[in-house]
Design a binder for this molecule. Sequence first.
Ligand code: HEC
Length: 158
Amino acid sequence: MSDREFVKYFSSMIAALVALAVVLFVIAQVVGGKSKTTTAQADAKSVAERIKPVGEVTVAGNAVMDALIPVAQAADKGKSVYDQACQACHAAGVAGAPKLGDKAAWKDRIAQGNDKLYEHSLKGFQGKKGVMPPKGGFANLSDADVKAAVDYMVSKAK
Ligand code: HEC
């Protein structure tokens, strides 16, 4: 084989190999590319499915928080009003006041219903045990504050 013949033969071999490589590459693109898209779509779908409940839980969580925050704030309000204006008598049961958390002392009072308890706290109340002064003697408290304190005391006695 002459050098010339060899180069000719060799370059046609190279050309054939390059052509084969190109064909394989194209086939690989068609087959692999297609399956890649499918996987990507499946991934996206399953990711979306997996994220969805989390998103719903988050939304539900926010709704729960939105509902709970005012309740928590009201409870806080009630406690702070109680600490400021009511505990002087109601913590230790001074002057016949029903003690905070004393279920027996509160049972019959709670049974009267909240409206009665609010009324007695706001306007004052002479009972068998003693005198509950209007708003505990803190006329500056709003009705809502006093009611919150009543709610707090009732919640501790249940
Ligand atoms: C000076 C003492 C005193 C203070 C301060 C006081 N209380 Fe009272 N409270 C009493 C006494 C005494 C009674 C019980 C009266 C009875 O039944 O004879 C009572 C009873 C109550 C009752 C039960 C009423 C019923 O119908 O049985 C509620 C509710 C109440 N107090 C809420 C409050 C709240 C809220 C505050 C604070 C804003 C407060 N009290 C501050 C003395 C006090």
